[in-house]
Design a binder for this molecule. Structure first.
Ligand code: GCU
Length: 580
């Protein structure tokens, strides 16, 4: 799913700005016809969550109605028009000039509607009903019935089956764009390496298959034209680049692919796409990038910041990327949902290795709702791969974080998702991130293992000696059973900034620094470990619970306003060392 572009042949208008919102706790809006416009709205910023724009509505996750008005630019008869939403969490119903366009379920992934012929030239009204409520048959699930007498079960408020605040709203840009009816509808780029040559395979998909020719050019960074070819549009072609500059964290070289469609010598569409030539493979115990072993050093993160909540914030993307570079990270996982397309573009440009994760967190496998949760996970897997398949930074797909996979029903569930992902992308490794361990039902068929562990925190609290012994033993047991490379995708400790102790003590900055250091020492003794992702880059908002001071997870090595704790300096020292 290409990101809309503006050029001589395409137009794209960003509808971000101040919309109006009206909350609908009684669910009266539909019956009262709010879809055709409503009164008594209040200004709200789009894109951004609503939860921190209005303090009294922080914990309101129900229905809310947005509206905005816009004028249409000049009509171009040869073009089709689309309305595209980057992310709406959780459920969106969309009306244009009072006409229902459709519904999309699931945040963090784009969706669009063909509005050709539905736009007016005297002004348009766009209305979106958003429902952020938590339910057991949604993904991620929430308000899952639990045994209130089970005093070990953790309850959050709001009660998501996950450890982050369930922000709601229109979280990423809303775009109105137009393209030629017979224009480029999709591009699929895969790269390979042959000797010192790079191979760039391009599939050009079109909205309609009228006769046209496609001209593909690949431009290096300041280099002469790398390759040019003309093909029947809609075909597949392989461009060969001798002495190619490869893409890698140390040298994230990007070529510029330009695809133009022409008919009788007249160009009528153009799309440009950055291309990084690289390969990713699992080979025995190793993860290979461009046939060289790689080791991932980085983080689990969140899209989270005061006031905007989960909303798209360009400066924050730049800031967090700079923090990761400062620490010496070369990687991150998009925990626990796909990040903005702009973050993925920056990862390509800066050379981060990304494990791209669907929004499937907190999955459980008993009824009711099991099949519906599977269908949603299939939808998310398809949408994620369609959106991110052309990013060189994406080196693997993660199908879920910490599913409750000790239940047998988990195996067919993840086999189905694995097979679907493999059918959509034959090139990238696929994984599932477990907290179950050796009983993880999905580890039998994933390409490499991902494990989250907090020995010395949630178990054996305060005892890092015992914790590191247990970590070491479990890593060996996992490898002995599955013989696959492993990434420790989460480890860390809640840390109150400014809390210090002579001898490391839980919640002190010293304890976090010591825990990360000791864990990394263990990981570096295991040849089959191919990465270490600290949890978390920054402190982030969660629901309220006895484990979350002020409704925050404090495992960040930076505070929520991006100030370093002791562990940030310690990691910087460890990760700038040359050995891995
Ligand atoms: C889990 C989970 C995270 C959570 C973390 C924690 O592993 O994947 O989302 O924040 O533990 O408890 O801090």
């Amino acid at each position: 799913m290409l990101y809309p572009q503006s050029n001589r042949f395409r137009q794209c208008f960003d509808l971000s700005g101040f919309w109006e919102i009206r909350f609908d706790p009684e669910n009266a809006g539909e019956a009262q016809g709010w879809s055709a416009g409503f009164r008594d709205g209040r200004p709200i910023a789009v894109p951004a969550s609503w939860n921190e724009q209005f303090a009294e509505l922080r914990d309101y996750l129900g229905a809310a109605w947005y509206q905005t008005r816009f004028e249409l630019p000049a009509r171009i008869e040869s073009h089709k028009h689309f309305l595209r939403f980057g992310s709406v969490n959780y459920l969106a119903d969309v009306w244009l000039n009072g006409v229902w366009l459709g519904r999309h379920e699931g945040g963090h992934l784009p969706f669009e509607f063909d509005v050709t012929g539905k736009l007016r030239f005297d002004g348009n009204l766009l209305v979106v009903r958003v429902d952020g409520s938590l339910a057991p048959d949604r993904v991620p699930p929430g308000n899952v019935p639990r045994d209130p007498l089970d005093r070990f079960v953790e309850f959050n408020y709001p009660d998501g089956s996950f450890d982050f605040f369930p922000y709601c709203g229109i979280h990423r840009p809303v775009l109105l764009y137009s393209t030629h009816r017979a224009g480029i509808s999709d591009l699929t780029v895969t790269t390979d390496i042959e000797g010192d040559a790079g191979l760039v395979q391009v599939q050009v998909a079109r909205a309609e298959t009228s006769s046209a020719r496609a001209r593909l050019t690949l431009q290096g960074r300041g280099d002469p034209l790398a390759a040019e070819v003309e093909i029947e549009a809609g075909a597949e072609v392989v461009l060969r680049i001798p002495h190619a500059d490869l893409w890698s964290p140390g040298s994230p070289h990007l070529y510029q692919l330009t695809v133009e469609l022409e008919n009788e010598g007249q160009v009528f569409d153009r799309y440009t796409l950055p291309v990084g030539i690289r390969t990713v493979k699992v080979d025995g115990d190793r993860l290979l990038l461009n046939d060289q072993p790689i080791y991932l050093k980085g983080f689990g993160r969140h899209e989270d910041f005061p006031v905007v909540g989960r909303g798209f914030l360009p400066a924050l993307i730049v800031k967090d990327s700079a923090l990761m570079q400062w620490v010496g990270a070369n990687s991150f996982r998009t925990t626990h949902y796909p990040y903005s397309e702009q973050m993925m573009d920056l990862a390509d440009r800066l050379g981060f290795l990304v494990i791209d994760e669907t929004p499937a967190v907190g999955l459980f496998f008993d009824e009711p709702g099991l099949d519906r949760r599977l269908q949603l996970c299939r939808q998310y897997t398809q949408e994620l791969i369609a959106r991110d398949k052309n990013h060189p930074s994406v080196i693997a797909w993660s199908l879920a974080n910490e599913p409750h996979s000790w239940r047998p029903a988990a195996k067919p569930f993840f086999q189905d998702l694995y097979d679907l992902a493999r059918s959509l992308d034959t090139a990238r490794p696929i994984t599932v991130v477990t907290h179950v361990g050796v009983e993880e039902e999905a580890f039998e068929f994933v390409d490499f293992m991902c494990l989250n562990r907090y020995y010395g925190w949630y178990t054996d609290p305060g005892d890092l000696d015992l914790g590191c012994q247990k970590l070491s033993a479990e890593l060996d047991a996992l490898y002995a059973k599955y013989h696959k490379p492993l990434i420790l995708t989460e480890f860390g400790a809640d840390t109150i900034p400014g809390c210090h102790a002579e001898q490391p003590e839980m919640f002190s900055e010293e304890y976090q620094a010591e825990m990360l250091t000791r864990y990394i020492e263990v990981l570096r003794t295991k040849p089959f470990v191919v990465g270490e992702h600290v949890w978390n880059l920054c402190d982030f908002k969660t629901g309220q619970s006895t484990r979350r001071v002020g409704g925050f997870n404090l495992k960040g090595i930076f505070t929520r306003d991006r100030k370093p704790k002791l562990a940030a300096h310690k990691l910087r020292e460890l990760w700038h060392r040359p050995e891995k």
